[in-house]
Design a protein around this ligand. Structure first.
Ligand code: SF4
Ligand code: SF4
Length: 172
């Protein structure tokens, strides 16, 4: 990842340590399989990075149209210099608290190129040091489909961490 925008505070439940060479250390046996309930597309504010905007453009979105689909927000700068930086979140549908890209069947209309935050959810990646990244459950997860402390047989932590690695690798 180019910057730290998607790295969460150190308050989410850690589930795996991912090394930059692709090795994975499972820290917690969990099971997750998305049930497409759409909750995260309703309850969350979805941050959109510059790279996400570029990906949207590569798939035919005009910048003007896209900016119309985004709400600008000001967030405190990481430099703790008292300044704010401009960022974007996906706009919600008018009068309905859900992402503009969620269809009536709880499917994402931009699934193939949705923002990284959506692709990682309900997990987040946090750089631990130069060698490792921690995969953790999003600190504000609303997802009902994560089961904690399942048996090793039931756990798919390893598989999920490998998927996260691919996403992380692609964004490097
Ligand atoms: S972009 Fe897609 S996955 Fe992300 S919040 Fe919107 S509908 Fe959900
Ligand atoms: S809240 Fe969890 S199960 Fe529901 S759509 Fe989001 S990731 Fe999938």
């Amino acid at each position: 990842m180019k910057d730290n925008e998607y790295e969460q505070e150190n308050s989410g439940t850690k589930v795996a340590r991912i090394y930059l060479n692709g090795k994975v250390e499972v820290l917690r046996n969990i099971h997750f399989s998305c049930s497409s309930c759409g909750l995260c597309c309703r309850l969350n504010r979805i941050p959109v990075r510059e790279e996400d905007i570029l990906r949207f453009q590569e798939h035919g979105f005009e910048l003007d149209q896209l900016l119309n689909d985004l709400s600008p927000v000001l967030i405190p700068s990481k430099n703790v210099d008292g300044n704010f930086i401009k960022a974007y979140i996906l706009r919600k549908k008018p009068f309905v608290n859900e992402c503009i890209f969620l269809d009536d069947n709880n499917h994402c209309r931009v699934h193939e190129f949705k923002p990284l935050a959506c692709r990682l959810y309900p997990f987040a990646l946090r750089r631990e040091n130069d060698e490792t990244v921690i995969m953790q459950i999003h600190s504000k997860s609303v997802c009902p489909s994560v089961k904690l402390d399942v048996s090793e047989e039931e756990s798919n932590t390893l598989e999920l961490a490998k998927q996260m690695y691919k996403l992380f690798d692609l964004e490097e």
